[in-house]
Design a protein around this ligand. Structure first.
Ligand SMILES: [Zn+2]
Ligand SMILES: [Zn+2]
Length: 283
């Protein structure tokens, strides 16, 4: 946490406009760390058939809905994050008031959302009534179950071969990546799962979303004076992914670096590309 705090201060100095968002992020991380030490999760074991399927057919190891979640701890964390969010920015504060109204009037089933924060249909009836921005509530739910998810992923790492998967979706949970990283002296490319945080390899010249590898339709651009971050775009599916070159920096937390460079996302959006996974801070 101390390294994270130091890095946040560095970024704040360079980009004061990001201060509130970064403070919110720091508070979330601190609470998640606290929760991690006292989680109560049902152990689950993988069956051998599943591991064989992973190898032969390219199925991911488990389904998102099957991750064990500590619902009690996640519910408490959700309410704490709502308190923090009220101070993060006016839009989030308003959304949290709407969410609280929905909980009070039982128009939102929090336990169900914590079990499946990837299932947007759960919110469909509540969205118009409560004027919900689903990105915000799903973000808060996702961050509330993150300690449970990360604890399970730690137990699954040894089951997956990080170097041979080479697909555009996560070998553990099947989700899309939200960031890409260049590592090692040769600049091997890794993708970072948007749901479980696992990292796996992919070819450098491949779009992870449509597997396009034609060089004339894959491009990238940097922010001014920010060579450690680039936006990789694909003209075939019009999607982009942010790539962090970890050889050019001491990487502490890729998600923090993502937040620190949201101006690049705005540029990518203006150029007509969309982000693979919705982000609560990108309109
Ligand atoms: Zn995953
Ligand atoms: Zn593509």
């Amino acid at each position: 946490m101390e390294n994270l705090k130091r890095r946040i201060h560095q970024i704040e100095k360079k980009r004061p406009g990001y201060k509130e968002m970064l403070r919110f992020y720091e508070r979330i991380k601190r609470e998640q760390e606290k929760v991690k030490s006292s989680l109560n999760l049902c152990p689950f074991s993988l069956r051998k058939e599943w591991k064989d399927l992973l190898k032969q057919e390219g199925f991911s190891l488990i389904e998102k809905k099957d991750f064990p979640i500590d619902i009690g701890a996640s519910t408490n964390l959700f309410h704490t994050l709502c308190d923090f969010g009220k101070e993060a920015n006016p839009h989030m504060a308003q959304q949290i008031r709407n969410i609280e109204e929905g909980l009070l009037k039982k128009k939102i089933d929090l336990v169900e959302i914590l079990r499946s924060p990837f299932d947007e249909h759960l919110l469909t009836p509540a969205i118009p009534k409560l004027k919900l921005d689903k990105k915000v509530i799903l973000f808060l739910a996702m961050e509330s179950i993150r300690p449970s998810i990360e604890a399970s992923v730690d137990g699954l790492r040894s089951e997956v071969e990080i170097d041979t998967w080479l697909k555009g979706y996560c070998p553990i949970c099947g989700s899309k990546p939200h960031l890409s990283l260049l590592k090692d002296t040769e600049g091997k490319r890794f993708l970072l799962c948007s749901f479980c945080g696992y990292q796996w390899r992919i070819d450098r010249m491949t779009c992870p979303f449509c597997m396009n590898s034609k060089s004339d339709s894959l491009h990238y651009f940097f922010g001014e004076g920010e060579e450690a971050y680039r936006i990789d775009t694909c003209d075939q599916c019009r999607t982009y992914i942010k790539t962090i070159d970890t050889r050019k920096m001491d990487l502490i937390d890729p998600v923090l670096e993502d937040l620190a460079t949201l101006h690049l996302d705005l540029l990518a959006t203006q150029k007509g590309y969309q982000r693979s996974v919705p982000h609560p801070w990108i309109p």
